[in-house]
Design a protein around this ligand. Structure first.
Ligand SMILES: NC(=O)c1ccc[n+]([C@@H]2O[C@H](COP(=O)([O-])OP(=O)(O)OC[C@H]3O[C@@H](n4cnc5c(N)ncnc54)[C@H](OP(=O)(O)O)[C@@H]3O)[C@@H](O)[C@H]2O)c1
Length: 231
């Protein structure tokens, strides 16, 4: 494996953490296929972009073709995500949040993991959130979808033990992208820091990473409170 070019798929990389991490992988010599609804302006021979919505019926097919073109997938990063405040008169945005954050990831896993199992090697990283243990009256779809995502990915990590395939659940607090648009963003991380965390994950392949650590502690305390009294 010494001199072989490593291949990665990054889903949700027209912006934010996915885009910054794609740039890092390319700078580190990876071949990358990216998927999102919009282009991202990266134009180098080692990069191919596929414009697709992870909720569309043809998503699995487009992803499958991207994987076939790469030839193998050493790393898959699921970075697609949305978060919307609740509107009790119209819950469609909450439904869509589950479709993107959770079902998009579930569909990605269904395409990518069997190829990794067949190769006896591979690494899947899913961007969950420290919100995955919160009960949120403000954005219930976001917290609920991330709860499902974290639980599924950690279950997969256990199921894949002994198959050479590793699954990492990354739980960030606030990261400075357009998603973190609320007025209160304690201990917000620059996107470069998030990229460093992911780069380290690629090296060490942990099951679970929660950053920043102080925010993780704060969220644990909040979790206890919100479960006692949801707001
Ligand atoms: N920023 C934070 O504070 C924070 C904290 C914890 C966890 N996270 C998680 O980290 C991940 C990345 O977030 P970010 O901050 O980088 O957000 P972002 O800047 O808003 O980027 C989100 C990415 O997801 C893609 N995406 C959204 N809906 C999609 C769809 N239906 N189909 C395909 N791609 C879609 C977007 O591309 P298109 O619009 O082009 O499709 C974009 O590239 C998310 O899962 C988020 O929940 C973020």
């Amino acid at each position: 494996m010494a001199d072989r070019v490593r291949c990665a798929v990054v889903v949700g990389n027209s912006d934010g953490i996915g885009l910054a991490f794609t740039r890092r992988l390319l700078a580190d010599g990876w071949r990358v296929a990216g998927l999102s609804r919009r282009e991202n302006g990266i134009n180098v021979p080692t990069y191919t972009h596929h414009t697709v919505d992870v909720t569309s019926p043809d998503y699995s097919e487009v992803l499958g073709k991207a994987v076939d073109e790469l030839g193998r997938v050493d790393l898959c990063v699921y970075a697609a995500g949305i978060g919307e405040p609740v509107d009790l008169a119209d819950l469609d945005a909450q439904t869509r949040t589950f479709e993107v954050n959770l079902m998009g990831a579930v569909r990605t896993v269904a395409v990518v993991v069997p190829t990794m199992v067949a190769a006896g090697d591979g690494h899947l990283i899913g961007l969950s959130s420290l919100a995955d243990r919160l009960v949120s009256g403000d954005a219930p779809g976001y917290a609920g979808s991330k709860a499902g995502l974290s639980s599924y990915l950690m279950g997969l990590a256990a199921a894949l033990r002994g198959h050479g395939v590793h699954v990492t659940t990354v739980r960030f607090g606030f990261v400075d992208t357009k998603m973190a648009k609320g007025p209160v963003r304690p201990l917000m991380m620059p996107v470069e820091r998030a990229v460093e965390v992911l780069t380290r994950c690629v090296r060490t392949r942990p099951v679970l990473v929660s950053r920043p650590r102080r925010m993780a502690l704060l969220t644990s305390a909040l979790t206890t409170l919100t479960r006692l009294r949801p707001r």
